[in-house]
Design a protein around this ligand. Structure first.
Ligand SMILES: [Zn+2]
Length: 298
């Protein structure tokens, strides 16, 4: 979910404390994966979602069918056996493609183990750059800059790059026949969750808003949406997320422009209607800091 030195990290309660341990980079550590299970959720058509309990890792999108298996993201390497077992329950087919939404370890650390039997890893060019410090097995084999499609299990799976939002390498995937999208951490925590901005990796709070605004008109009304983390969602909830982004960024921007410090803005807080948000990885102060640091980059 996050990488490098994240100025925006403000973990919430126990989940946050666990997440703090998994900051990517040279000193990366795993969160405690003891007792974590992989739960399979049917989504629509060919598509399933694999969720790690305790929300320790990103959601996996799965396509199963006559061509075999394709997955979007692959969580942490120590969960690979459980992920493989969950996939085997869905299909006896071969795992042929691994698509990465971005490089964070809770989404891409399984690359090396899960590609051992020949699955091809596909990702944005910047994701490959950000994985080159890791052993070769983690490296995406096919990369692209803007758009690409995988034609698999009777449908086009379209990958579109959305620049500089959560990171500089965020891909959104659209299963065009199953009518399902996987948004990666562009939508970090589903409904009622503030996003994480990985400033060190080119992320931007305003970029997240711009990307979500660009994305919404392309999403069919009845599509199912897999967020980077959290439960399966839909367009109505994505619109609520967009509204929150717009209103909170505007609030922080006006205070920033008036010369207030980060601490002063945090003290005043966000609009009261967002008091119940931030249950996941990011509390309101962390999100305010994400916006503030993004404004400083302008
Ligand atoms: Zn991430």
């Amino acid at each position: 979910m996050r990488g490098g030195k994240l100025a925006t990290l403000r973990p919430v309660a126990a989940v946050g404390a666990a997440m703090l341990l998994m900051i990517a980079g040279a000193a990366a550590q795993m969160p405690d994966l003891t007792g974590v299970e992989i739960i399979t959720h049917p989504v629509a058509g060919n598509v399933y979602m694999l969720e790690a309990t305790k929300d320790v890792a990103g959601n996996i999108g799965v396509s199963v069918g006559p061509d075999g298996i394709l997955i979007i993201d692959d969580q942490f390497a120590p969960l690979s056996d459980q992920i493989s077992a969950a996939l085997a329950e869905l299909s006896s087919g071969e795992l042929r493609f691994i698509l990465n939404t971005h490089y964070h370890e809770d989404h891409a650390d399984g690359n090396e183990i899960l590609s051992q039997d020949g699955a091809v890893i596909i990702a944005h060019t910047n994701t490959r750059k950000r994985l080159l410090h890791r052993p070769r097995g983690h490296w995406p084999v096919i990369t692209f800059d803007h758009e690409a499609s995988v034609h698999f299990n009777g449908e086009e799976i379209r990958a579109t790059w959305y620049p500089n939002g959560h990171t500089d390498s965020d891909l959104v995937f659209f299963f065009t026949e199953s009518n399902v999208l996987h948004l990666g951490d562009l939508w970090n925590s589903g409904t009622s969750g503030f996003p994480v901005v990985d400033i060190e990796a080119g992320g931007s709070a305003m970029g997240i808003l711009e990307n979500i605004e660009k994305l919404i008109p392309t999403v069919p009304e009845d599509a199912k949406i897999i967020p980077g983390h959290g439960p399966l969602s839909d367009l109505a909830e994505l619109r609520s997320y967009r509204d929150m982004l717009e209103e909170t960024i505007e609030l922080v921007r006006s205070k920033w422009e008036s010369g207030m410090t980060l601490e002063q803005i945090q003290q005043e807080g966000l609009q009261p209607k967002y008091d119940s948000w931030g249950y996941g990885y990011m509390d309101a102060n962390g999100w305010i800091e994400g916006i503030f640091r993004s404004l400083e980059q302008l």
